[in-house]
Design a binder for this molecule. Sequence first.
Ligand code: MTE
Ligand code: MO
Length: 230
Amino acid sequence: MSDLPPGQQEHADFPRFGLTPYASRFPRSFDPVTVTVQGDVENSCDIFKDISTLERVFQTSDFHCVTTWSVRNLTWSGYRFADVYEQIIKPQTRPDANAGKLVFRSQDGYRTALPLEDALAPDVLLADRLNDKPLCVAHGAPVRLIAPAHYGYKNVKHLKSIEFRPKDYAYRPAMFRFMDHPRARVAHEERGTTFPGWLLRRLYRPLIGRTQRTFRDELERYRQRTADRA
Ligand SMILES: Nc1nc2c(c(=O)[nH]1)N[C@H]1C(S)=C(S)[C@@H](COP(=O)(O)O)O[C@H]1N2
Ligand SMILES: [Mo]
């Protein structure tokens, strides 16, 4: 097995995780799944209306949170973003040629962005299954982005919409700007802007336990409220 990327440590289980303001927020809509494409496009569209015409893919990859925990060998299933782009988004929405940035928004209000070229990498998926089961609420139901070469914070759960914007489009990330690197590539330790990766490792590591507990407790409350899905 290959070594983990710089500064990462293997975590035995896969926790529900994120920015604590989102711990108590949950998706509102599951069925039918809709993911809207909007922004600098001629027409908007709902990707999931035609998604079953695409090839379903299975992919085993590691997942790396910026706070330094990593989980190995998660098997996702869904659709390659590159296929979605070529076969649905391009023909149906005709994005502007200068729209080189994608803003991904979640049903819980979370958001982040990636350059279009990063999103077109062959391992980037819109995933609706994890380890042979429908994606659960903890890990992003009904559908999430999986971009294994990028830190967890680019892997938006409960995906609601994708906006095409010009490369230099300034949007407000879900976190402080210094925490959201425009690319966040794990191999290059692009944990954030302003501060180097090795320093952020040390600042983030002590936050893991408490964040994990907060997310777990809020999920437990959600389960009691809804008593079904999660
Ligand atoms: N909608 C939403 N997506 C999100 C987050 C979030 O809080 N809300 N947190 C991000 C972060 S920081 C991480 S590490 C991963 C965690 O995914 P998991 O809960 O499946 O472990 O989700 C990412 N995507
Ligand atoms: Mo994260």
